[in-house]
Design a protein around this ligand. Structure first.
Ligand code: NAP
Ligand code: MG
Length: 497
């Protein structure tokens, strides 16, 4: 493990420059009652700062502000909304170093990964600045030739956006971007473990001149209690959630009360298929991206490596060789590839999955042991001979562990790939075009990586099927989640007088 540390004064300065209060109706304020909660550095386990701990009453104030700002924001010109998003995009790019350092400190990933996320997050603002001016409708002659059909699209109304800790900025901007572009106002509830990046982003929006009340941010240490009154408040019209399937399921149920529009980006269990005809070098590189990005803590992370029998041994050996070269340590330190997992329970859970598989006969090629010292580190791990019953392959690992199982032919590959309740991402490596397209069509997933280990792109629709949720973020589809369709039936035209 790397032990050198970046200048602690740069870290301190970055943390102290981040807002730590609630943003409600354009003002920064403490929580009612003045309570705060700590934000920790997962690479040391030590607190970085304290953040205002919003109460349900604060959240209701935030919704009231979003509701009051709604009609004014929706009546701004699409061009004005577009340019505001564009200016925050540019500011994020200018501030990439500071935003990346703040993200690494609160979330743990390496600075290189944080920089990549800041840019990726900013791209959603640029993309939706471009989409803001492309919301249109249609006009049609009714099939019987008499009436006319006018279709228009309008903002949904005030939205609640709930985001996870694994991508503290990108999971926010891919909701905030389309919501604001469509003319919706929002209340954002960031994850308790990573509120600072979102608060900093909110500051950029206020500095760019966003009208008060359009974007409100309410970090809290008791999300369930904070969210409940919002979901039963008639002023809220939309819920967009990214997080675990269990919490998503509970929120879907709670959203029934006010019959909310709902988007759900939930957990995954992505299969990574390598056929014997594949370019094995490319497959190993793709596997590294699909597994080690974000220290394995990505909803799109490859969760099960399904390898065609003739190349399985070689793939495991080559992947293990590469995994063993990754350096783990504090994300801020130079030369570090992989930071820690988010907290001790997350790390202990990942290790328990590995231990269980091992006890059931699996073979560890590299990794598999918790390193000594502070921080919630776990080494990149390759493990094969994994039983199909193992939790390691049936549950979302959310850590840098690659379980390898073998398949015999195309039918077996597809059957194993689809043997999960989830359906977010899948990856396929083959040189056979027909097979590739058969799998794209046959795999139960919202996204397929074909001979590449990443799927995320702001210009493409991101989302899942089955227990991975519904709705899409990014692409042309992303803004649809924040628009209602209205139709006007127009009486037959009078003949000329
Ligand atoms: P999580 O526990 O479900 O938390 C996600 C967000 O929901 C956090 O802001 C959390 O607040 C909040 N929350 C938790 N319980 C809640 C409740 N009862 N009512 C209202 N809000 C509640 O998920 P996580 O463990 O932080 O994140 C990892 C999960 O997210 C994984 O399953 C991953 O696959 C999924 N994910 C999906 C996508 C996608 O696009 N499909 C992208 C990224 C991550 P607290 O911080 O206070 O718990
Ligand atoms: Mg959580």
């Amino acid at each position: 493990m790397t032990t050198t540390t970046l200048s602690s004064s740069a870290e301190t300065a970055t943390v102290s420059a981040a807002p730590t209060q609630l943003l409600i109706n354009g003002s920064w304020r403490g929580a009612a009652g003045g309570r705060t909660f700590p934000v920790d550095d997962p690479s040391t386990g030590t607190p970085l700062t304290k953040v205002a701990d919003a109460t349900p009453g604060d959240a209701t104030d935030a919704l009231a502000a979003a509701h009051a700002a709604q009609s004014g924001w929706a009546s701004t010109s699409p061009r004005a909304r577009s340019e505001l998003l564009r200016s925050v995009y540019e500011q994020m790019i200018d501030d990439v170093e500071q935003l990346a350092l703040l993200m690494t400190l609160e979330m743990g990933k390496s600075l290189a990964e944080s920089r990549a996320e800041v840019r990726y997050a900013a791209e959603f603002l640029r993309w939706f600045s471009e989409e803001a001016v492309r919301v249109d409708g249609r006009y049609a002659v009714a099939p019987d030739g008499d009436g006319r059909l006018l279709t228009l699209r309008q903002h949904v109304g005030p939205c609640l956006l709930i985001t996870p800790w694994n991508f503290p900025l990108a999971m926010g901007t891919r909701k905030i971007g389309p919501a604001l572009a469509a003319g919706c106002t929002v209340v954002v509830k960031p994850a308790q473990q990573t509120p600072l990046s979102m608060l900093k982003l909110a500051e950029l929006f206020t500095q760019a001149g966003l009208p008060r009340g359009v974007l409100n941010v309410v970090p809290t240490s008791h999300s369930s209690a904070l969210v409940a009154p919002l979901l039963s408040d008639a002023r809220l019209r939309k819920l967009s959630f990214t997080g675990s399937t269990d919490v998503g399921r509970a929120l879907i149920a709670a959203s029934a009360d006010q019959v909310l529009r709902v988007s759900m980006e939930l957990g995954g269990n992505a299969p990574f298929l390598v056929f014997a005809d594949a370019d094995l070098d490319a497959a190993v590189e793709g596997a590294i991206a699909a597994k080690l990005r974000n220290i394995g803590q990505a909803c799109t992370a490859a969760n099960r490596f399904l390898i065609e029998q003739p190349v399985a041994e070689e793939f495991a050996a080559r992947l293990a060789d590469r995994f063993a070269t990754f350096r783990i340590g504090r994300g801020v330190d130079p030369g570090v590839d992989l930071g820690p997992l988010i907290d001790a329970p997350a790390r202990d859970r990942v290790h328990a999955l590995v231990q269980e598989a091992r006890a059931d006969g699996a073979r560890v090629h590299t990794g598999g042991e918790i390193p000594s010292g502070p921080g919630h580190f776990y080494p990149p791990t390759v493990i094969d001979d994994v039983s199909p019953r193992a939790r390691l392959v049936s549950e979302e690992i959310f850590g840098p562990v690659a379980p390898i199982t073998v398949f015999q032919d195309d039918t077996d590959a597809l059957t194993q790939a689809n043997a999960t309740a989830h359906g977010l991402a899948a990856y396929v490596y083959t040189r056979d075009l027909s097979r590739a397209l058969r799998l794209v069509e046959g795999i139960d997933a919202g996204m397929v990586g074909l001979n590449q280990g990443t799927v995320s792109n702001p210009a493409a629709p991101f989302g899942g099927i089955k227990h991975s949720g519904f709705g899409r973020e990014g692409g042309h589809e992303g803004i649809d989640e924040y628009l209602e369709t209205k139709f006007a039936a127009i009486a037959p035209l009078r003949p000329p007088i």
